[in-house]
Design a protein around this ligand. Structure first.
Ligand SMILES: [Zn+2]
Ligand SMILES: [Zn+2]
Length: 349
């Protein structure tokens, strides 16, 4: 099926209209008319080949919400008209220990990315949500609960999953003292989720200009990382630190903030880490770990939680033809806090 999309054809092409093929439905497939797609930093990096492994043309987008158009003969959980969502992973081996425990994102054979991946059956390149429609196997389709706004729900599929999973894995809840570093697409959801889970939440930011924003999002306290005295006073006062800073940085100043048995979890930085003195880990049995998106069951749990607790990302809805400008603004961190493309603005193929 020829399908209208916007994608990149070279590192410097920008995002422009193109037509892609969506496959005819296999038995387990769900065809989805995309209504909205969030704009993730990975979209920008992949479009520009910043990670050196982009296959062109590539259609980015892995924060997808939409409506079921048609289903294959073997589909039992979805029917035309259902409100659904697709995140960063659209297939995996389905047999390994990770897959059978709902950690499809950590599939030991390698998961199939929503874009810039390869279909496990016919080897065709996978293309993402900057398009009119997508075809996804039933086990990798999420349900959008009634009452969740389709535009605002979109960023939950990557930014949301990325912050939700570690909070759940490390059992953040009432009584947990949580700090969230970095107030962007990930950080603002980290604050909202941790707060809704019942934790005491401190936002750590480098810019005094963000203090009011953090309070508006529900943070109980704000700690300025540039304020040496305040950082010293906060020493050993957190159980869990969610580090959403997307660029290379030293985590040592934040390890001082962890109490005994505390954990710092990196979800933003994918880079070499500056040298770290291990005394910071030994002194208090502190741990540094990382976490990548969420599995299918956990992502569904997050969507259901968001509907039940009325937690949603802060978004700015854009037209499809504003995407290149949106990328530029993202690079300047000039967005509160996630762009979402309204797919009704996508011209037909
Ligand atoms: Zn993403
Ligand atoms: Zn697997």
């Amino acid at each position: 099926m020829p399908t209208a999309a916007w994608g990149a054809t070279a590192p410097d092409s920008g995002i422009a209209p193109l037509t892609i093929e969506r496959r005819a439905l296999r038995d387990e497939d769900v065809a989805i008319a995309i209504t909205h797609c969030g704009v993730c930093h990975s979209d920008l990096h992949t479009a520009r080949n910043d990670w050196g492994r982009t296959n062109y043309p590539v259609v980015p987008g892995h924060e997808i919400t939409g409506v079921v158009q048609a289903v294959g003969a073997g589909v039992t959980k979805f029917a035309p008209g259902d409100r659904v969502a697709v995140g960063t992973v659209i297939d995996s081996c389905r047999h390994c220990d990770a897959c059978t425990h709902g950690d499809e994102q950590y599939c030991s054979v390698g998961n199939t990315g929503t874009y810039n991946g390869k279909d496990r059956i016919d080897g065709s390149p996978t293309q993402g949500g900057y398009s009119a429609a997508i075809v996804v196997a039933e086990p990798y389709v999420l349900r959008v609960p009634d009452g969740l706004d389709m535009a605002a729900a979109a960023p939950l599929l990557c930014a949301g999953a990325t912050t939700w999973s570690p909070l759940r894995h490390f059992k953040v809840g009432p009584g947990t003292r949580v700090a969230v570093i970095g107030l962007g697409g990930l950080g603002h959801l980290g604050v909202k989720f941790a707060k809704a889970l019942g934790a005491h939440v401190t936002m750590i930011t480098g810019s005094p200009g963000k203090v009011a924003d953090a309070q508006k999002l529900g943070a109980d306290a704000v700690l300025l990382s540039s304020d040496k005295a305040a950082m010293r006073a906060a020493s050993r006062s957190f159980d869990f630190v969610l580090d959403t800073v997307p660029v290379r940085h030293d985590v040592a100043p934040y390890l001082y903030l962890l109490d005994r048995n505390g954990t710092l979890c990196i979800v933003g930085m994918i880079d070499m880490m500056p040298e770290l003195h291990t005394g910071l880990l030994l002194g208090g049995r502190r741990a540094v770990t990382g976490s990548g998106v969420a599995g299918i069951p956990e992502t569904q749990e997050m969507l259901d939680f968001c509907a039940a607790h009325d937690v949603l990302p802060e978004i700015e809805v854009i037209r499809m033809d504003e995407i290149n400008h949106a990328f530029e603004r993202m690079e300047r961190a000039d967005v509160k806090y996630r762009f979402v493309i309204d797919m009704a603005t996508l011209p037909p193929a």
